[in-house]
Write a protein that binds this ligand. Structure first.
Ligand code: GLP
Length: 240
């Protein structure tokens, strides 16, 4: 496991983006596992800037981690909308090469469809953020490490954390579809980014605590190619 502690958000984004850039340059048909949340935004800005100059995503495929149940692609808080406005519309990737779970329709059928899709798109890299309770994607504490795509009822702490993006906390969906931990672990490389002291406990538990489902991100200890990029706040409770 490689751990970088960046001096600021810009450096964190540059280090993390470097790993994605190397993959896209060496394999123009690579499959990128992408994530939502505010932490990856700097990486997506750098991808867009480089694409405007020299790097093409025309044959790249992307697979996202999760989506809220009930939000359509045009809802401004859906993860499909987030990906389109922050990345896909700013690079030359054809939209049909981008995959995000569909939050409308029958969630159970959508989970099976997504699993079948994941089986055809082995990820070269999976980008991850982390929740304050150690969740990855929307795999909340207690999720078995063997899980595949499933629907979840969000923990109150996740609803509270994500309420900042909605007009009121009542509008935050209570359910989501998420890629399971088994499929996250199937990516060749995992790249986790985290900022701020509010993530420090989760990071310490994930990287230095026992690897078990009480902290979903602690599963990363069981992967053989992991890169972690933190700012000083997120790293502040790590003891080496
Ligand atoms: C949501 C997403 C996660 C993300 C987390 C942290 O819960 N489902 O994939 O890691 O938010 O987001 P942020 O980067 O905004 O702290």
């Amino acid at each position: 496991m490689k751990i970088f502690i960046a001096k600021d958000y810009e450096e964190l984004s540059t280090i993390a983006y470097g790993y994605i850039k190397d993959i896209v340059k060496s394999n123009p048909r690579a499959v990128l596992g992408l994530a939502t949340g505010s932490t990856p935004l700097g990486i997506y800005r750098l991808m867009a800037e480089d694409c405007a100059q020299k790097i093409s995503y025309k044959e790249i495929r992307t697979v996202n981690l999760d989506e809220y149940v009930g939000l359509s692609a045009t809802h401004d808080q859906s993860y499909r909308y987030f990906m389109q406005t922050n990345l896909f519309n700013k690079i030359d990737i054809p939209l049909q090469n981008t995959f995000v779970p569909d939050g409308t329709g029958d969630p159970v059928a959508e989970c099976r469809r997504y699993d079948a899709l994941l089986d055809t798109l082995p990820r070269d890299i999976q980008l991850l953020g982390i929740g304050t309770n150690g969740h990855i994607a929307f795999n909340e504490p207690g999720t078995p490490f063997e899980s595949r795509t499933h629907t979840v009822t969000l923990n109150q702490s996740t609803i509270d954390a994500n309420a900042r993006f909605f007009q009121s906390i009542n509008e935050v969906p209570r359910r989501a579809i998420t890629m399971g931990i088994k499929d996250i672990m199937a990516a060749k490389r995992l790249l986790l980014v985290a900022t701020g002291t509010n993530k420090a406990d989760a990071i310490a538990k994930a990287l230095k605590g026992k690897s078990d489902p009480s902290c979903p991100a602690s599963v990363l200890q069981q992967h053989n190619d992991v890169v972690i990029v933190l700012d000083q706040g997120a790293a502040s409770k790590l003891v080496f």
